[in-house]
Design a protein around this ligand. Sequence first.
Ligand SMILES: NC(=O)c1ccc[n+]([C@@H]2O[C@H](COP(=O)([O-])OP(=O)(O)OC[C@H]3O[C@@H](n4cnc5c(N)ncnc54)[C@H](O)[C@@H]3O)[C@@H](O)[C@H]2O)c1
Length: 464
Amino acid sequence: MNKHDNRIPPAKGKLGVLLPGMGAVSSTFIAGVELVKKGLGKPVGSVTQLQTIRLGKRYENRSPLIKDFVPLASIDSLVFGGWDLFPDDMWTAALKAGVLDEHRLAPVRKELEAVKPMKAVFDPAYLKNLKATHAKTGKSKWDLAQQVIADIESFKKKNGCDRVVMLWCGSTEILPEHAACHEDVEALERGLKDSDPAIPPSMIYAYAAIKSGIAYGNGAPNLSADVPALVELAEQTGSPICGKDFKTGQTLMKTTIAPMLKARMLGLTGWYSTNILGNRDGEVLDDPGSFKTKEKSKMSVLDTILEPGRYPDLYGKFHHKVRIDYYPPRGDAKEGWDNIDIRGWMDMPMQIKINFLCRDSILAAPIAMDLVLFLDLAKRAGLKGIQEWLSFFFKSPQCREDLLPEHDLFIQQMKLKNTLRILMGEEVLDHSGLDYYDAEKGTPVTAAAPKPAAKKKSLAKSAR
Ligand SMILES: NC(=O)c1ccc[n+]([C@@H]2O[C@H](COP(=O)([O-])OP(=O)(O)OC[C@H]3O[C@@H](n4cnc5c(N)ncnc54)[C@H](O)[C@@H]3O)[C@@H](O)[C@H]2O)c1
């Protein structure tokens, strides 16, 4: 048995999951959870459910599953709700999204039909390619925010939830200009009352969640909660927040390959990335405004990983291009191509080609679930404001304004696991391994360590 830190209250009762935006990602997430509950599917891709975490020294052989180590809510306790611009229930939305086929979805049809979106907060100025048929009306943005707050409360009551988490799975909005109303809570509340045009719908949902003191995550590149006003409010109300933009297909690849190039000091001349996808997300991104938001999110990773300022010879002048083309026949089965021009010893040119035939929402759904479970854990653990340890899941990790975000997938993973160790009162691992070989200090020779005669061999083996 692992010791659970008494300071983190256990995950009792039901956990409400509220999703603004109930399209491909949301319906795939919900369908998957309902299938897992019935033992009809496996949560492949979920770090919380499948990954282990090493504790203590390597010879202690303590590597529990993360879900057995930290007191996470169980998948069985999840209850779903949300908002959408269209009234489709999750069965209809899942069929339209076409990620999992009807045959696969059939055993959970009843559960999916029962999840019907509430009316959305919509502003056509922020989303050009969709026309809402299921939107709230209100006298002001403040009024709309109060309606969302009331929705959260009534969902919680109606479903008997102990706790609620909100995760934005809605479309990519056009980015607003930076405005005074983003700067502090007072200005934002005034802006809501004045229906300031610089407040997009995703910021209204984020405000409602954070004002209600619940955790808020942002799966899109929208500005949403990434403004000083909402960070300040999150500190005040004790809401953990994180974002932005689920790190799935191409950026997942990019943040895996780029750290390798830098680790080996290989130069980069150019990185050309292109995607074709045909789902509703692709349709939204066909609008130049929404594409610009996504492009910014996708472009930012290379500079922060490669640090051209520090390595001008290797990374000072690389050409980076990102394209997304809406191509309906492909549906959710996105295809990404990367051509990477690199340089080695004596500046000799080489190339890497990646052709990733992925399924966007199949990669995003486990991220959504892990984020919900970790955000709920963060709330119970008393963590508030920006949760940088959840950067692992995002393309543009939200972090303190004066810091650079961490994009390297492997540093992000270490950050995540060490945070869990800290939360549970376990030793932080620096992975240096030095103390295994410090005979003078004698640190490794404990009752749990291998016997001296066998030690040399087994340590050499584990060091590999
Ligand atoms: N699928 C992925 O792998 C992936 C990866 C990274 C990020 N994302 C982002 O996640 C989001 C969801 O992706 P998706 O594939 O499910 O898209 P989708 O188009 O299938 O679903 C988005 C839904 O959000 C709804 N919506 C838009 N504005 C809304 C609002 N103001 N209130 C309530 N609902 C609203 C739309 O009606 C739509 O049903 C997008 O922003 C996408 O860019 C997706």
